[in-house]
Design a protein around this ligand. Structure first.
Ligand code: HEM
Length: 360
């Protein structure tokens, strides 16, 4: 029954029939967030060069060597160099399967895929250059067992058949592509993408404690994100990711979604944070806020600290009233997050691809 209700709500949202109070501005900015398509270069690209540079990126970093057979008389190994179209196919496969299991959470794997992409990137340390999405070390213990990564097996398992179908893509590139597909298919902004991540073994696992703790507030949040190289504006833009998904008592211990539309990326996280009255939830679980009106939404102490802090708050106010600004800044900061510590070939900074969405 709950599932049926959620499915209906999601169908309504996708059809643009969300509650009147939320509808008009959101649909407008969603359209404007989808300005870029695969055949068009992003603003920063020079069009004649996009395909050439795309080949360079793929060739330089993503070449996959396929040995046809290893007998002495065999022809030379065939080199498969994936191109834009090959990555688009992987994107399509992920996108097609996102909503396959109606009974998973709110009906979409999008949120948990975004969380996986963020958690493998968010281990980056700019001082030592360790961590980040390059390596996909969360496949291994001890990293996969870190408390902050509880529940992410759901996302890794979801992507495993995609890896089997397209064995040439590295896990590290695949997990980030999963995050990109999740954002775009949940009606978020276009997220330009560069391949080139290479898988590493367990020796590259990062120590526990690099990801943020939801029970802590602004000082902790700053120290975690400053370590990665982000500023206050970027931190607030990143936290808008909590517009989608939910907390699970059997994963983090917290409970509930942040917004009423947990499978559609909007700026509701900021609107609700500012405009609802929040109170401590009375329960046996960890300290979290609930909205006074419906008691069905939640905020972590770390989320709530964004409006308690003098420097964070103006950014929350901006993103609450200007969803275009949120989409623009969210896209930019997610690209930065997903690329932290990845040794891309020099000269490819402006050579990213934008995948065409399925969920138009
Ligand atoms: C201060 C920073 C952050 C803290 C303390 C934090 C904490 C958490 C916690 C406790 C959960 C619940 C996990 C569960 O029980 O399933 C969660 C879920 C989630 N987080 Fe964050 N997070 C932070 C930043 C971010 C960022 C930067 C993003 C992405 C841009 C993000 C995206 C998500 C998503 C999409 C989920 C939902 C996952 C699902 O539905 O399965 N978070 N986060």
């Amino acid at each position: 029954m709950a599932t049926a209700t959620r499915s209906l709500a999601r169908a309504a949202l996708r059809a643009g029939t969300r509650p009147a109070a939320l509808a008009a501005p959101r649909m407008a900015f969603r359209q404007s967030g989808r300005r870029f398509y695969s055949s068009e270069p992003t603003k920063s690209s020079t069009s004649p060069w996009i395909w050439i540079s795309a080949l360079a990126v793929a060739g330089g970093a993503g070449g996959w060597y396929y040995l046809q057979n290893n007998s002495a008389s065999a022809p030379a190994p065939k080199v498969f160099t994936p191109k834009f179209e090959d990555y688009q196919e992987v994107y399509n496969e992920i996108a097609r399967r996102l909503d396959e299991k109606e009974d998973y959470d709110d009906g979409s794997y999008g949120p948990v895929l975004l969380r996986l992409a963020w958690h493998c990137s968010g281990t980056y340390d700019k001082e030592t250059g360790t961590g980040g999405s390059n390596g996909a070390t969360m496949r291994f213990s001890p990293e996969k067992d870190h408390g902050a990564n509880a529940g992410l097996a759901a996302a890794r398992d979801f992507l495993e058949p995609v890896k089997q179908k397209f064995p040439w893509i590295s896990y590290s590139d695949l997990w980030i592509l999963g995050g990109v597909a999740a954002i775009q298919e949940m009606m978020g902004p276009a997220i330009p993408y560069r391949p080139g991540r290479v898988d590493k073994d367990f020796t590259a696992c990062t120590p526990d404690g690099r990801l943020p703790d939801g029970s802590k507030t602004q000082d902790h949040v700053r120290s975690i994100f400053y370590r990665m190289g982000f500023n206050d504006q970027e931190i607030v833009a990143l936290l808008g990711g909590h517009a989608v998904g939910r907390c699970h008592t059997d994963r983090s211990g917290y409970d509930g979604p942040w917004t009423f539309s947990p499978t559609v990326l909007t700026n509701d996280f900021y609107n609700l944070l500012l405009n609802e009255k929040w109170q401590w939830k009375k329960w046996n679980g960890p300290k979290q806020y609930e909205d006074k009106k419906t008691q069905s939404l939640m905020m972590l102490p770390a989320d709530y600290s964004l409006i308690q802090d003098k420097k964070f708050r103006p950014w929350v106010e901006l993103y609450a009233k200007d969803s275009d600004a949120f989409f623009r800044d969210f896209s930019a900061v997610i690209v930065k997050l997903f690329e932290l510590g990845v040794p891309f070939p020099e000269g490819t900074e402006n050579q990213r691809w934008v995948f065409k969405t399925l969920n138009v």
